[in-house]
Design a protein around this ligand. Sequence first.
Ligand SMILES: [Zn+2]
Length: 211
Amino acid sequence: MSNQKRHQNDQYTNSPILPGEHLASIEEFESGKNTYVDNGSIRSTTVGKKVYDFRTRVVRIDQSNSPILPKIGDILVGYVEMLFGSMLSIRILFINDKKSSSGFSAITSARVSGGGWGRDRGDRRGGKIIFRVGDIIKGRVVSLLNSTIHIVIDEKEFGVLYTICFNCGGDTVRVNNNTIKCIECGVYEDRKLTHDYGKDTLLLIHKIGNN
Ligand SMILES: [Zn+2]
């Protein structure tokens, strides 16, 4: 019998539960709303918040304010929260121009090709594609395999939408195809940029997404 949830004192958990996810064993709880029992394990039928009722010993999934899981083809905007190997993890802020507080993250390859940017293009400055934690990224969902949201950022409308200067935290502007410059300290850096890179684009997304 699984007792991994025994120590759980919080009634709510913060991260969204995905369909099929294990919630408790039938020895610990009874199966409540939006759950089913599979082989002694109570699992979720939907995306939502896990709620343990310790009085009635029922576990259920609450769908109120339940986050919407992105679909293939959706356009996501988020920030780089982690770099691991040649992958980026991106915390989603907006899905199709609508604010998302789901807490979902997407992953994408930091090896970007096509769109006039790639290994075959050669880089005369000797630089390479850089991503940093905090970069605002726009991309398109291409796969939801294994409950992981995969996005691509190769196309010209995708990539880094805005970032502040890594050196001084100043505002940056695009100076050519895939280079940004800090207007405070003058430092240059190469990024895979969206065609509409800039602070104004980010502010516009915020304005539309919060309405
Ligand atoms: Zn700077």
